[in-house]
Design a protein around this ligand. Structure first.
Ligand SMILES: [Zn+2]
Length: 471
């Protein structure tokens, strides 16, 4: 597989330390609030990557942390702990908040057909590992104690800015929320490994350590959890592009200083989801969550399709108009699949050519939109319906759009006495009407509604989209 690597900033062949086996790490959510759909874009694209590696025959061990302590309001170690902020907001304890939003995260992930990683590890369950790592870093001279905290000394490294594209301006963004410089830092880029002193003394969760009662920094969590469950040699590390600096840069610094050798050669970053005002965030505008999409009548899997229509390395702009277009595309696709004849034998030999095209698409830097094109090519292909269904099932191992389930639902709900041809025609008309509505072409939408009415077809709006039945 050819995959872009932020380390080196170019596309390169993805290689693993052990043939056939991938140790993959994903930065997990900070569970102080619902994930917004911008956060979830990253998890969707990582899920496609995970599943494609499995499709290619790799044995994948994927590890993800849950940040339930230590992630401060600014990624650069300043401000209040996000978890504590969440607890105050909802007048609950930090652990109650962590439980609630961890559950909410996995519920959203399930609705988006995101597979749960093989290992999911809350930071609060790995405190001895963090303390061990900080102890070793102090012994090796990569860390120092000052003002009650333990810091990583970035001046001890030959190269700190490993991704090569950081400028002073990026650095300023990384520390933008910092009201004042931390006077105990020896270098501007040093970061906290263990806190015992912070301006926010009401931290709820604290643990005994050689440096006093305190709590871990955010960056150390990912390094220690990854090494504990993914081993000393990681093959692939994933995350949102905003984590590249300072979070991933700091993870590499402390992991390699701790291990004494290179840690992870391949870094996969997903670009931002934008709204009309710029990068989506929890603090501004309408807070877009999976539940909000559902309340507006959208199937979460349509949002997954919307994400797959674009390349992960391009920023993606979200509007409800573009989501409406994805609804039309999704419904059309499902209608065409529902119209396929489920009887008959699949031809595995005839399928190979299409499987190869699909592998070529995803294997070229995870080109998901070309992967979707492969689905359309299958529907047009001169092969039997059974072969088409077999191929769709095969591609769905990676795309996970719920297409066969949705098509099955249509088949099951199809009225007695309506022929397959007529049903496909009705589905196509409904899709056309949806598109017209999305384009605000009310005349066409009304004309199609009248035509359906004349054929005794009644439309119903449901959370799964438009359903129809004979009156
Ligand atoms: Zn991380």
């Amino acid at each position: 597989m050819i995959l872009y690597n932020t380390l080196g900033q170019k596309k390169m062949e993805f290689k693993t330390h052990t043939p056939g086996k991938v140790n993959m790490y994903t930065c997990g959510p900070t569970v102080y609030h619902y994930a917004h759909i911008g956060n979830l874009r990253t998890y969707i694209m990582e899920d496609v990557l995970d599943k494609f590696l499995r499709y290619e025959g790799y044995d994948v061990n994927r590890v993800m942390n849950i940040t339930d302590v230590g992630h401060l309001a600014s990624d650069a170690d300043t401000g209040e702990d996000k978890m504590l902020k969440g607890a105050k907001r909802e007048k609950k304890t930090v652990l109650e908040i962590a439980d609630f939003y961890t559950k909410a995260f996995f519920e959203d992930a399930a609705k988006l057909n995101i597979r749960t990683p093989d290992v999911v590890m809350p930071a609060t369950r790995c405190i001895p590992e963090f303390i061990n790592m900080v102890t070793v870093l102090l012994e090796k001279g990569y860390a120092y104690e000052a003002g009650g905290n333990v810091y990583f000394d970035t001046s001890k490294l030959d190269k700190y800015y490993v991704f090569g594209n950081q400028t002073e301006e990026d650095l300023a963004v990384g520390v933008r929320d910092s009201v004042e410089e931390d006077e105990f830092k020896r270098n501007k880029t040093d970061f906290v490994l263990w806190f015992t002193k912070s301006k926010f003394d009401d931290q709820e969760l604290k643990w005994e350590s050689p440096w006093g009662l305190g709590y871990p920094g955010w960056h150390i969590e990912c390094s220690a959890i990854s090494i504990k469950h993914g081993g000393e040699y990681l093959d692939l590390h994933c995350g949102g592009v905003d984590n590249a600096f300072p979070h991933h840069t700091n993870e590499i610094a402390q992991s390699e200083a701790f291990l004494g050798h290179e840690w992870c050669p391949h870094w996969f970053h997903v670009l931002h989801l934008l709204d009309s005002t710029g990068k989506m965030s929890k603090s501004k505008g309408e807070f877009l969550t999976v539940s909000l999409l559902e309340s507006k009548g959208y199937d979460p899997l349509v949002y997954r399709m919307f994400c797959l229509q674009s390349h992960y390395r391009k920023p993606l702009t979200f509007t409800f108009e573009s989501l409406d277009n994805a609804v039309v595309a999704y419904n059309k696709l499902v209608a065409r699949i529902a119209a396929l004849d489920t009887e008959g034998e699949a031809d595995a030999d005839a399928a190979k050519e299409y499987q190869q095209k699909f592998k070529d698409a995803l294997g070229n830097d995870l080109n998901t939109s070309l992967g979707l094109t492969c689905l359309y090519d299958v529907l047009k292909a001169p092969v039997s319906d059974a072969t088409k269904l077999m191929l769709i099932e095969d591609f769905e191992k990676v795309l996970s759009l719920g297409l066969l389930e949705a098509a099955e639902k249509i088949r099951a709900e199809k009225n007695e006495g309506v022929s397959d041809d007529e049903a496909a025609e009705i589905e196509a008309l409904i899709a056309e009407r949806q598109k017209a509505r999305a384009e605000k072409d009310w005349a066409t939408a009304d004309r199609i509604r009248d035509e359906l009415k004349a054929r005794n077809i009644v439309l119903e709006d449901t959370p799964q989209g438009i359903k129809w039945k004979k009156a």
